[in-house]
Write a protein that binds this ligand. Sequence first.
Ligand code: GUN
Length: 290
Amino acid sequence: MQILDGKLVSQAVKDDLRKKVETLKQKALKTPHLVAILIGTNGASETYVASKVKTCEEIGFESTLIRYEDTIDEVTLLNKIEELNADAAIDGILVQLPLPKQISEEKVINAIAAEKDVDGFHPSNIGKMVQGQPAYIPATPYGILLLLEYYKIETKGKYAVVIGRSNIVGRPMSILLSQNTTTGNCTVTLCHSHTKNLKEICLQADIIVAALGKPEFLKADMVKEGAVVIDVGITRVEDKTKKKGYTIKGDVDFEAVAPKCSYITPVPGGVGAMTIAALMKNTLLAADGK
Ligand code: GUN
């Protein structure tokens, strides 16, 4: 069993980006600039956004964090996005999800200019991705592809099972894994909460991506010997023995599943780190790839 080390690979991606930013600054006198919009005080969102801003600093990007109370109205947010769309100094815009219920996620995603949509959530980017055209790829699936690529994991002819059909992870992941590319040449089944015989389906899989947000859902008796297991889960589970009052759990019962795997991602230190590295790749592309 080998660990797919997201910390190591994301560091390699960030080191590469830092060099490219340096070159871009010298060549075009331009610094990539990412704007993150955070609404409310959801603990997990706070952590993710803080990590995105910190990573920008590490690799030499500019970043701006815009915060709103969770009582913000939709028009105020949409107006701010329009203003950022029109600002030539801004390369990438992301609005951290989830949003408060008075705000339509669909309207917000559609409002971000496709060329600044470094999350890759805009229908135009999703459409291009589906057709295999150049596009911003949602950061978590993109990060997983980078991990598969780094460890040279064979996908050609393999059977991949993705559990979870979110627009952010599961659905794009299933599409990317089925494309005729080095990191996505699989036969893919996308499973979800209404899938029958999930255990039997998982037992056939050469590659499993668990992205349903249920702590330790994937058990050892659902995984075949030698499978590659990618754990996207990062759920906070109450733990009074910890100073923070919680511990982070993945969607995979790691202790029991890991001995059966050829490769597995840990939580933390797996997919999470890759998500941010992939977002940074998209942001550099937004600044330099036009
Ligand atoms: N919430 C959870 N994951 C993400 C992400 O990748 N991007 C944004 N904007 N919000 C998220």
